[in-house]
Write a protein that binds this ligand. Structure first.
Ligand code: DON
Length: 318
C-alpha cells in the first residue's frame, strides 16, 4: 500500500503520510464552491450544503478520515453497483444480462431510454437498469426482499444499516419519472412484477442511511476482491467483482463517465446526495461526501478530491 506508507511521487520526492494528505486536501478543497444539493427529492434539499467528509479504507481494514466522515446521508445511486453484484451473485451472468446491458448511455442518470435492439436498459448504473436489478432481490414478499437488501448492505458496511424514512417517503411521493421508467419496462417485460413494489424496494435502497466511513468500507470490499476487510466476510465472487468494477469504470459517472475514466481513471460511482466512491483494486476504497452536485449529478468537491488523489498517488488504472 504505497499510498498509505508514503511512496515517492512523480518528481521523486516523498509524499506525506495519508492522514497529512487528507487534512491538507480537505482544507484545500473546502475552498471550492459551486453546485447545489439535489432537491428534486424534496427531503434531500434540506441538507447542510457545507458538510464535507472523506474516508479511506484499506484492504487490510484500516480507516483514515477527515471532516464529516461520520455524518449520515442517504446512499442514493451508490447502492447500484452493490445491488448489481448481488444480482450477479444470486442469479448468474446470463440471467442478469437478459435484464440489463453493460453499455454506457452518454445520457443523464434518469434518462427514459432503453436499448431498442434488446429492449433492455443500457446498464445497471442508470436508474432504468438499477430498477430492473432491484427486481432481482430474492424474497417472497416485499418485507423479505427489504430485509435481504438490508442484510446485504449491513454485511457490506460491517454494521447494521437502516433506511432514512423521511427521504424514502419523499422520493416515494415525488419519483414519478422513475415510475414512468418502471412502467415502460413492464411493457417490455424487463420487469415482471408490480412496478409499484419494485419501486418501493428501489426507493428504500436509495434511502439507506450511511456515512462516508461505511461507503469507504463498502468500496474497500470491492477493492479487496469481494471480501469485507473489516469482517473478512466474502460477499462477492472474484468474477462478479470484476463485472461490477468494469461497469463502474464505464458507466458509474453517467454522462461524465468518459471524461472521468480519461482523467481520474478509477472505477467509481456517484450519488445525488453528494457522495462518490472509488475502488483501487488491491489497495483502497475511497468515499467523499459533499452535497453540492453539478448538472450531471456528481459531487463537485468529490470530483476535485478524486482528481487530486489520482494525480498525487498515480492511481489512474492505465
Ligand atoms: O432514482 C433517483 O433519482 C435517486 N434515488 C438516485 C439517483 C442518483 O443518485 C443519481 N446519481 N448521481
Amino acid at each position: 500500500l504505497d499510498l498509505i506508507r508514503g511512496a515517492p511521487n512523480a518528481d521523486g520526492g516523498a509524499l506525506a503520510p495519508i492522514q497529512d494528505y487528507l487534512n491538507e486536501i480537505h482544507a484545500r478543497v473546502s475552498k471550492i464552491e459551486g453546485g447545489a444539493p439535489a432537491d428534486y427529492i424534496p427531503e434531500l434539499g434540506k441538507v447542510d450544503p457545507t458538510l464535507f467528509g472523506i474516508a479511506i479504507a484499506t484492504v487490510d481494514g484500516q480507516l483514515y478520515t477527515v471532516g464529516d466522515a461520520r455524518v449520515p446521508f442517504t446512499i442514493q445511486s451508490v447502492s447500484k453497483p452493490f445491488m448489481y453484484g448481488y444480482a450477479l451473485q444470486h442469479h448468474g451472468r446470463p440471467r442478469v444480462l437478459q435484464k440489463v446491458g453493460v453499455e454506457p448511455t452518454g445520457e443523464a442518470f434518469n434518462s427514459i431510454v432503453l436499448d431498442e435492439a434488446a429492449n433492455r436498459p443500457f446498464n445497471p448504473m442508470v436508474n432504468a437498469g438499477a430498477i430492473a436489478v432491484a427486481e432481482m432481490m430474492q424474497g417472497d414478499t416485499l418485507k423479505q426482499r427489504t430485509n435481504n437488501m438490508l442484510e446485504l448492505f449491513s454485511s457490506l458496511a460491517a454494521r447494521k444499516i437502516d433506511i432514512d424514512e423521511a427521504v424514502y417517503k419523499s422520493e416515494l411521493a415525488t419519483g414519478h419519472r422513475n415510475r414512468a421508467i418502471a412502467y415502460m419496462m413492464l411493457n417490455t417485460a424487463m420487469i415482471e412484477h408490480d412496478p409499484e413494489e419494485v419501486l418501493e424496494l428501489y426507493f428504500r435502497q436509495c434511502a439507506l442511511s450511511v456515512t462516508a466511513c461505511d461507503l469507504a468500507v463498502m468500496a474497500a470490499t470491492l477493492a479487496n476482491d469481494g471480501t469485507n476487510p473489516v469482517t473478512d466476510h466474502k460477499i462477492f465472487d472474484t468474477q462478479y467483482v470484476r463485472d461490477v468494477l468494469t461497469v463502474m469504470n464505464s458507466c458509474g459517472m453517467y454522462d461524465y463517465a468518459g471524461e472521468w475514466a480519461y482523467e481520474v481513471g478509477m472505477p467509481a460511482k456517484s450519488g445525488v446526495s453528494g457522495c462518490i466512491i472509488a475502488a483501487i483494486p488491491g489497495q483502497i476504497g475511497i468515499c467523499v461526501y459533499a452535497p453540492p452536485i453539478d448538472s450531471q449529478g456528481n459531487s463537485v468537491r468529490g470530483i476535485a478530491v478524486c482528481q487530486d488523489m489520482s494525480r498525487e498517488f498515480q492511481l489512474h488504472s492505465f
